[in-house]
Design a protein around this ligand. Structure first.
Ligand SMILES: *[C@@H]1O[C@H](CO)[C@@H](O)[C@H](O)[C@H]1NC(C)=O
Ligand SMILES: *[C@@H]1O[C@H](CO)[C@@H](O)[C@H](O)[C@H]1NC(C)=O
Ligand SMILES: *[C@@H]1O[C@H](CO)[C@@H](O)[C@H](O)[C@H]1NC(C)=O
Length: 432
């Protein structure tokens, strides 16, 4: 009886927390864009590293490539500068000063450039006395800094949490958010609030976080390796019962940037990160040098069908529903009764690993599905209740499918006729 009561009250809490979120009209689907940190960190020596230093040249070059190479068209619309854009000292008027050598034209001019190309401008600050890399933080200058960001036409603020006690965040982050709201300018608000509290073994108040932030970093910074990506996936799976219910249109959990296109992930591993981030309804923030992006990685980042899963308008974060023998199944409910299922291998034993799964294993509602391979490596197939679903997954790789209820595929006589002809199968198989 007590068990039932607890379950029911959890259900009610779950419903409440998914319906109350930050209402600034932004991030109705997970934000997509590009951010400097993971790839470019705090490179400030433009003489030694002219193509990599945090500078207006890097941002402009990236903006041009986002437009010319199809990233903007695919949905990646924000371009963000992370830490290390400031002078070490504020100006005589107390205002933040962008580094004079690396941002000689100033942030308003950079914003104009970004906006003229159809993109949006993201910038980083820190709620504490200093940013994580030791530049001036906003503490004590919040209103002045927000006014400055508004003068610069900033569209997205990532507010980090170094040099401030995690205990102060429960009131500090909402207060900053309310000041943002009062400016009248819609500014996407990315909070690092829970990441520092999780790190301090506090239990973050995710209901409050979802009410005040559009996205929030939950946990550790991602590093350029499979070990790091894999550890983050495990953490999000292990903690999903506390996290997933708080994601929804306007407010998202953030497992951190995409590593795809850098040095540390193989093609299989890159496909895995993209698939799991799509299931998690995670922000898709590329952090790579678009000028040297290899075609196989670009294809993954621009995969329209996978982006569509990530951006599904139901806005429901998917769950890890099965895990055994270092194989896991991740299931995301999509609008119109569709599902996206990622079958992930974290095995290290060298050959593709085969598994057979029941509907119950996959937590799949019992009906017949047309199954389409989102990476387009296999022909589409049908699976019905009572049958097992067979997959074979590369080491540290993924199989990623969309399950479409067959009654939907066969919804009209016309669709049925098309399905029975080879034309349709060819279309499915050549859809990219
Ligand atoms: C921030 O700096 C002020 C002035 O130096 C100091 O009094 C305060 O303790 C610092 N706060 C934190 C959280 O470090
Ligand atoms: C400010 O908050 C109100 C109430 O949630 C909301 O309707 C409005 O869109 C917000 N405005 C901005 C600029 O964020
Ligand atoms: C399964 O994962 C664990 C933990 O990451 C690892 O130590 C182990 O070697 C893996 N087993 C196989 C067969 O890959």
């Amino acid at each position: 009886m007590a068990g039932i009561l607890i379950q029911v009250s959890c259900l009610i809490l779950g419903i409440i927390s998914t319906t109350v979120g930050l209402d600034n009209g932004l991030a109705l689907t997970p934000p997509m864009g590009w951010l400097t940190w993971e790839r470019f960190r705090c490179i400030t020596d433009c003489k030694k590293y002219p193509d990599e230093c945090i500078s207006e040249n890097l941002i402009k070059r990236t903006v041009d490539l986002m437009v010319s190479d199809g990233y903007l068209e695919a949905g990646y619309e924000y371009v963000g500068i992370d830490d290390c854009w400031l002078e070490k000292k504020r100006g005589p008027d107390g205002r933040m000063v962008p580094d004079r050598e690396r941002f000689p034209s100033g942030m308003k001019a950079l914003a104009d450039y970004i906006h003229s190309r159809g993109l949006k401008f993201g910038i980083y600050e820190d709620y504490g006395n200093l940013t994580c890399a030791g530049y001036p933080g906003v503490l004590g200058s919040e209103q002045l800094d927000i006014d400055t960001f508004v003068e610069w036409d900033v569209d997205y603020i990532k507010l980090d949490g170094c040099y401030i006690e995690p205990e102060h965040m429960d009131s500090g982050y909402p207060a900053f958010g309310e000041m943002l709201n009062k400016t009248g300018r819609p500014i996407l608000y990315s909070c690092s609030w829970p990441a520092y509290q999780e790190d301090a073994k506090m239990l973050p108040d995710y209901a409050s976080i979802a009410k005040h932030c559009n996205l929030w970093r939950n946990w550790d910074d991602i590093e350029d390796s499979w070990a790091s990506a894999s550890k983050i996936m495990d953490w999000f799976g292990d903690n999903q019962d506390r996290l997933a219910q708080h994601a929804g249109p306007g407010h998202w959990n953030d497992p951190d940037m995409l590593l795809i296109g850098n040095f540390g992930l193989s093609e299989d591993q890159a496909k895995t990160q993209m698939a799991v981030w799509a299931v998690l309804a995670a922000p898709l923030l590329i952090s790579a040098d678009l000028a040297t992006m290899k075609p196989e990685f670009k294809r993954i980042l621009l995969n329209k069908d996978i982006i569509a899963v990530n951006q599904d308008k139901l806005g429901k974060q998917g769950l890890r529903v099965w895990k055994q023998r270092n194989i896991s199944v991740w299931n995301r409910e999509l609008s119109d009764g569709e599902r996206a299922l990622a079958f992930v291998s974290q095995r290290e034993d060298g050959i593709p690993y085969a598994v057979s799964l029941t509907f119950k294993d996959m937590q799949l509602p019992e009906q017949t599905y047309e199954v389409q391979d989102l990476y387009n490596e296999e022909k589409s197939r049908t699976v019905s209740p009572g049958e097992e679903f067979n997959v074979r997954i590369n080491p540290s790789g993924v199989k990623f499918y969309k399950f479409i209820p067959k009654n939907k595929v066969l919804g009209s006589v016309q669709a049925k006729q098309i399905l029975n002809s080879n034309v349709f199968n060819n279309e499915i198989n050549n859809k990219h």
